[in-house]
Write a protein that binds this ligand. Structure first.
Ligand code: ADP
Ligand code: MG
Length: 240
């Protein structure tokens, strides 16, 4: 469903992604791990067309989405993305946060977007917070709203960048539960994380990024417990 081929991204003199290849099947959940600065966020931003590639290409459902002639808004409609923190607009209610993009960018009707937003909020048990402002919600509630907001266009693919990293430990569980729910529903996800327990519990496949490429990948128990590559072993040892 997603194919990144030879993706290269350079910032100044730093080669961040160096001919990286990654394919993701429909319904698959892939975790990207690797040292800070290894390019996990950059890769997700490339997939969401927030960065231009210096070389290579990305296909989604067979469509060449990094073709310069493509309309990025139409591609982004098929891809949800959630970042580490500051996902919600503080001056908008929870409901308006969810309906803003569908109504303004994707020209959906307000009533249709509202209805869907309410059903998404119901799903995460936050229906009664629809008119509240984000600062009235806990960090875990805010992040769950950000995740369901990313689902409002029924995306084909969900990208999650360190979505639990800014949360107090006691709030991580509710976000993980939501992600596991989405996995159960068959959502295809690519997530960057520095939390190996998160990777272990939700991912079908773990990819270790090193030197701008995927050095090693496989099922979590293989990559996390029995890594083959010395660099992967070293990375995991440092975390232990
Ligand atoms: P990770 O998410 O794995 O920690 P990033 O993708 O955030 O890694 O960053 C990879 C490298 O790219 C880092 O060296 C970072 O400083 C650099 N980088 C990321 N975004 C930019 C940018 N907009 N301008 C310059 N350098 C950047
Ligand atoms: Mg990052």
């Amino acid at each position: 469903m997603l194919a990144c081929t030879g993706v290269r991204k350079v910032f100044g003199s730093t080669v961040v992604l160096d001919g990286l290849d990654l394919t993701v099947a429909e319904h698959e959940v892939v975790a990207l791990i690797g040292a800070s600065g290894s390019g996990k966020s950059t890769l997700l931003r490339c997939v969401n067309l927030l960065e231009d590639l210096d070389d290579g290409m990305i296909h989604l459902d067979g469509e060449h989405i990094t073709d310069p002639r493509i309309n990025p808004d139409l591609v982004r409609r098929k891809i949800g993305i959630v970042f580490q923190a500051y996902n919600l607009f503080p001056h908008l209610s929870v409901l308006d946060n969810i309906t803003l993009a569908p109504v303004r960018v994707h020209k959906r009707s307000r009533s249709d977007a509202r209805q869907q937003a309410l059903s998404l909020l119901k799903r995460i048990g936050l229906e009664e917070k629809a008119d509240a402002y984000p600062d009235r919600l806990s960090g875990g509630q805010q992040q769950r709203v950000a995740i369901v907001r990313a689902l409002v266009n029924s995306p084909r693919l969900l990208l999650l960048d360190e979505v639990t990293s800014a949360l107090d430990p006691e709030l991580v569980g509710e976000v993980l539960d939501l992600i596991r729910d989405l996995k159960r529903d068959g959502m295809t996800m690519v997530l960057a994380t520095h939390e190996m327990t998160f990777a272990r519990h939700v991912a079908d496949r773990v990819c270790f990024l090193d030197a701008g490429r995927i050095l090693e990948q496989g099922p979590p128990e293989q990559v996390l417990d029995n890594p083959v590559e010395a660099r992967t072993q070293q990375f995991l040892r440092r975390l232990a």
